[in-house]
Design a protein around this ligand. Structure first.
Ligand code: MG
Length: 389
């Protein structure tokens, strides 16, 4: 049995991970035992999943739902925890060898640090923790000799392409981007887009936060920073290529003139399974890619005039320090403000640009500095957005 824990089980990645865990296994030993699972608010889903998978521990992030969860699980031999500390305890204190970190946003940082400190292997589906606290997370992982196994589709593709290669032969990484639902819109049309339109991603089924980030291309900016930390790659060697079909998930460029790419139908269960199985390619009931049926794949350079957030987030990465934590916190606030129809779609990028220009950067080697930059980003974004409400 593979013993795992799933942080953020009710989210898009968490649910798809449960699908993967339920796939029939061909060999004894390839089955999964889920030792712990957490959710923020969706206690109904968490209780249902706990009844099915019988974990040792469950935790609900929002303490207000503890009584409902506890009652729903009465009679089951499961420890029920609540609050941020409960989620951290669930991340670290269980029999799991591997923890899937799939909580959305900065809320994943402390549970992730707790899991790494407890010596767990990490399948990392969250990017914000690494963006905001890359130095801390990678430093802690190195001290505990824990590899961060990427689940983000682009980074999983690069991880798969790098396998067996001499790192000195790699000259660049190319992250592909679908361009999101508004790839073809003019600057004037972008002013008018609604949350409902932004939530309709053409290729991927994802949660609300990442779908809006994908539409603004903040997501691809965050992924540049994520790639920098995961693969220890300088920013000038990380590029973005628009590829609307989402068939090539990313590429690695080698010094000998060759490039390697990973192709598959866009389905997150492939990278989830690859990380949960620690690079073993087990048979999976996923659709096979039919390139002839696809006919053609297309590529272009990103348009940073219409999607300025891509360059703004990259700049924050290049600045280093707490600048990425600051902008990430601001972006988390702005996405919620846009979803609540309090600011326009284009205001997200405009405010991020303005905030970064005025930011007084700090060192990011302490957790307190990172958390402080994150809260300052949220406050400053709220203050500037307030003028636009
Ligand atoms: Mg991605």
């Amino acid at each position: 049995m593979k013993k795992i824990a799933i942080l953020g089980v009710s989210g898009s990645i968490g649910r798809q991970a449960l699908d993967v865990c339920a796939w029939p296994s061909e060999q004894p030993g390839d089955e999964y035992q889920i030792c712990a699972m957490t959710a923020y608010r969706d206690w109904r889903f968490l209780a249902e999943a706990a009844r099915r998978w019988q974990p040792q521990t469950v935790a609900i992030g929002d303490e207000a739902f503890y009584p409902e969860l506890k009652a729903a699980l009465s009679g089951l031999p499961v420890e029920v925890l609540a609050g941020a500390e409960g989620v951290q305890d669930a991340a670290a204190d269980n029999d799991a060898q591997l923890v899937l970190a799939a909580i959305s946003g900065m809320a994943c940082l402390q549970p992730l640090l707790a899991a790494i400190s407890a010596g767990k292997k990490i399948a990392l589906a969250n990017k914000e923790a690494l963006v905001a606290a890359g130095e801390l997370v990678t430093g802690l992982a190195a001290r505990h000799q824990t590899e961060l196994m990427p689940v983000d589709s682009e980074h999983s593709a690069i991880w798969q392409c790098l396998r067996g290669e001499d790192r000195a032969s790699v000259s660049r990484l190319i992250l592909t981007a679908s361009g999101g639902p508004f790839r073809g819109l003019s600057a004037a049309e972008l002013e008018q887009v609604t949350p409902a339109a932004a939530l309709r991603h053409p290729n991927w089924q994802m949660g609300a936060k990442i779908t809006i980030d994908s539409a603004t291309m903040v997501n691809k900016g965050l992924e540049i920073i994520e790639a920098h930390w995961l693969f220890d790659m300088p920013y000038q060697q990380i590029e973005v290529l628009i590829h609307p079909e989402s068939i090539i998930h990313s590429l690695v460029v080698f010094g000998d003139g060759s490039q390697k790419a990973l192709l598959s139908c866009p389905d997150m269960r492939q990278p989830i399974a690859y990380a949960l199985n620690e690079r073993r390619r087990l048979p999976a009931p996923l659709p096979e890619l039919d390139l002839a049926a696809k006919g053609s794949l297309t590529f272009s350079h990103p348009d940073t005039a219409r999607f300025p957030a891509l360059a703004v987030i990259r700049s924050a990465g290049e600045m280093g320090g707490t600048a990425p934590a600051y902008l990430n916190g601001a972006n988390e606030f702005l996405v919620q403000a846009f979803l609540a129809e309090k600011i326009s779609f284009t205001a997200i990028s405009a405010i991020l640009e303005r905030l970064l220009a005025g930011y007084n950067n700090q060192e990011a080697s302490e957790l307190a500095a990172v958390c402080q930059a994150d809260s300052q980003g949220r406050r400053d974004a709220e203050r500037i957005a307030g003028g636009l409400f």
